[in-house]
Design a binder for this molecule. Structure first.
Ligand code: ACO
Length: 324
């Protein structure tokens, strides 16, 4: 029995903010952002939109693509670092909004790896008899981004992607996966305030502690190592090498991290899907958005081997290899 993708959907807000727009906000340049990160523009929500709004749109599309109804969903797993609120979970908000039955619904806090962690959990549920599991990656990073910090504000964007994972007796589905985490470097990427360590106070707001703090160059080095490890270990479990992959869909954080990963894996860049130039880093949403776009663009055909790898706050990392 395999856990296969029965339907996929994604949603990004309409508003496009270009690197030239960012030049008006902070001391940066289109040239710096493009050459250091690969990003040209990103999508940003309006003030009234929350993560569950994006998640619901993506989920509706995934459910429709799967040819099922919301009432057929048996569990909801949602990866996000930017939930509507700390509790209840954004997954519960999606359940109520979409009229899904009273099924197990919860969020995963694994940063940019949240969607892949979700796929891993969904696969084990499928093996335990579940069917039609909604796995969502949804994020509004721009609401926790400090738009006075040029080192981070140029990197992030908003969006959501969702899949329906179904039981499949055929060849398509998840073949191998690998997940890991190392909390020892957690300080390098964090949102310090708003939890129980530094609850919201006038002081915490004044010190801008509710925004993303990242030591980019340190994170960069860890990301290159971890993305490769995630890919290598996943391929090892499947007993194949990088050359057998038809499409690599990496977390879209930085073009240089992606190129380094592909090079070490011996996967040529024409087999790597990249859309971070248009959306920036959308954290847990980046892989399902890219997967959906690759499918829509005809980059994926039946029987293809697709490797997805991610790295995110925690630090967390993981890989999922699936046959389409
Ligand atoms: N415009 C112009 N100059 C800038 C900008 C900017 N937007 N940001 C930083 N700089 C400057 C710095 O001040 C520094 O100047 P200095 O040399 O005078 O001190 C110089 O550019 C180099 O800065 P670095 O941080 O060393 O630049 P780097 O080449 O490392 O690129 C980047 C920065 C793009 C952030 C990169 O480090 C990166 O992508 N890191 C990884 C991000 C990531 O993968 N995050 C993981 C997941 S995210 C999540 O989980 C939510």
């Amino acid at each position: 029995m395999k856990a296969a993708i029965g339907g996929i959907g994604s949603y990004v807000p309409e508003k496009v903010v270009t690197n030239f727009d960012m030049e008006k906000l902070v001391d940066t340049s289109d040239e710096w952002i493009r050459t250091r990160s690969g990003i040209s523009e990103r999508r940003i929500v309006d003030n009234n939109t929350a993560t569950s709004d994006l998640a619901c749109e993506a989920a509706k599309r995934a459910i429709a693509a799967a040819g099922i109804e919301a009432k057929n969903i048996e569990a909801i797993i949602l990866g996000t670092a930017t939930p509507d609120m700390l509790f209840p979970s954004t997954a519960c908000l999606v359940q109520s909004r979409l009229g899904i039955n009273k099924v197990m619904s919860f969020d995963i806090s694994a940063g940019c790896s949240g969607f892949l962690y979700g796929l891993g959990i969904a696969e084990s549920f499928i093996k335990n008899g579940f069917d039609n599991i909604l796995v969502i990656g949804a994020e509004i990073l721009t609401k926790i981004t400090d738009f006075t910090d040029r080192a981070t504000c140029v990197l992030f964007g908003d969006g959501a992607g969702a899949v329906v994972i179904k039981r499949n007796r055929g060849a398509s589905g998840i073949i191998a996966s690998y997940f890991s985490a190392d909390g020892s470097n957690w300080k390098l990427l964090q949102q310090p305030a708003g939890g129980s360590r530094i609850p919201a106070s006038i002081e915490s707001v004044k010190n801008r502690l509710h925004y993303i703090k990242m030591q980019g160059n340190e994170v960069f080095k860890l990301a290159v190592r971890a993305m490769y490890e995630a890919a290598e270990k996943t391929l090892q479990k499947a007993g194949i090498d990088g050359e057998a992959i038809d499409l690599l869909i990496p977390h879209q954080a930085n073009i240089r991290i992606i190129e380094a990963t592909a090079k070490r894996l011996k996967v040529p860049m024409d087999k790597v899907y990249i859309n971070l130039d248009k959306y920036g880093n959308t954290s847990a949403a980046s892989i399902p958005i890219a997967l959906n776009e690759a499918l829509e663009k005809g980059r994926i055909k039946k029987g293809d081997l697709i490797l997805m790898v991610a790295f995110g706050a925690g630090f967390t990392w993981g890989g999922v290899l699936l046959r389409w």
